[in-house]
Design a protein around this ligand. Structure first.
Ligand SMILES: CC(C)(COP(=O)(O)OP(=O)(O)OC[C@H]1O[C@@H](n2cnc3c(N)ncnc32)[C@H](O)[C@@H]1OP(=O)(O)O)[C@@H](O)C(=O)NCCC(=O)NCCS
Length: 194
């Protein structure tokens, strides 16, 4: 565990081993666990992100799996968010091995004409049901509340997506309303207000 002063500094790369710095700038270490690290996405993550977002299981509740080109657009979208907002979806890796786990983080989304801060998560099928999404989403929630000063966090979830609903529930979000997203698909808005 890093000293508090190191974690508060914003960039903690200087106190991490060289191996941890290779793939991009480390954003922060999950406060309650050393199992996962987050870092910003870069174009060097395209193979991993294309495999994740191209997986039919991972994308079961999306209109379609993403092509490699769309995975690149996803990375570029998040890079834009880091610049404009100071957050986005981050790459999750196992702290012990550096193995790619998926992505998790925060994005702005519109629901019923209102901008919401959403926590999002995608985990490789081979690494699901180990508690990684819950751990990462809890850390993203803490980042939103404690670092960004957010007063509200949401998750926009397909009514049939129980694993995602369980993750949202376990980090303290509650079903607030059923509505439709911009493409007319039914969603449940999970939310917590502080
Ligand atoms: C949602 C997702 C990120 C969860 O990742 P994960 O690392 O497996 O999550 P966790 O291990 O932290 O917890 C999963 C929870 O879902 C539950 N779960 C898993 N499959 C389930 C199912 N078919 N029915 C009900 N609950 C289920 C698990 O039991 C666990 O809850 P529990 O601790 O109460 O038992 C992963 O399933 C995923 O990547 N899904 C595809 C992408 C996606 O839908 N993202 C969310 C978009 S809103």
């Amino acid at each position: 565990m890093l000293p508090e002063s190191a974690r508060l500094a914003g960039s903690i790369a200087r106190v991490l081993p060289e191996s941890a710095r290779l793939a991009g700038s480390i954003v922060w270490v999950l406060p309650e666990s050393a199992r996962l690290w987050f870092r910003e996405m870069s174009t060097g993550d395209l193979d991993d992100m294309a495999a994740l977002l191209g997986d039919p299981d991972v994308m079961r509740y999306y209109p379609a799996s993403k092509t490699r080109h769309e995975a690149m657009q996803w990375i570029e979208w998040n890079q834009g968010l880091y610049q404009s907002r100071g957050y986005g979806l981050w790459i999750m890796t196992l702290s012990e091995s550096g193995e790619f786990v998926g992505d998790c983080g925060l994005t702005p989304q519109f629901v019923d004409g209102r901008e919401e801060l959403e926590v999002g998560y995608h985990v490789l099928p081979s690494l699901q049901s180990k508690g990684y999404a819950t751990e990462a989403a809890a850390a993203a929630r803490d980042f939103a509340r404690d670092r960004l000063g957010a007063r509200r966090l949401t998750a926009i979830i397909d009514p049939a997506n129980r694993p995602s609903q369980r993750v949202a529930e376990k980090i303290g979000l509650h079903p607030e309303k059923r509505t439709r997203n911009r493409s007319g698909t039914d969603i449940v808005l999970y939310a917590a207000d502080w």
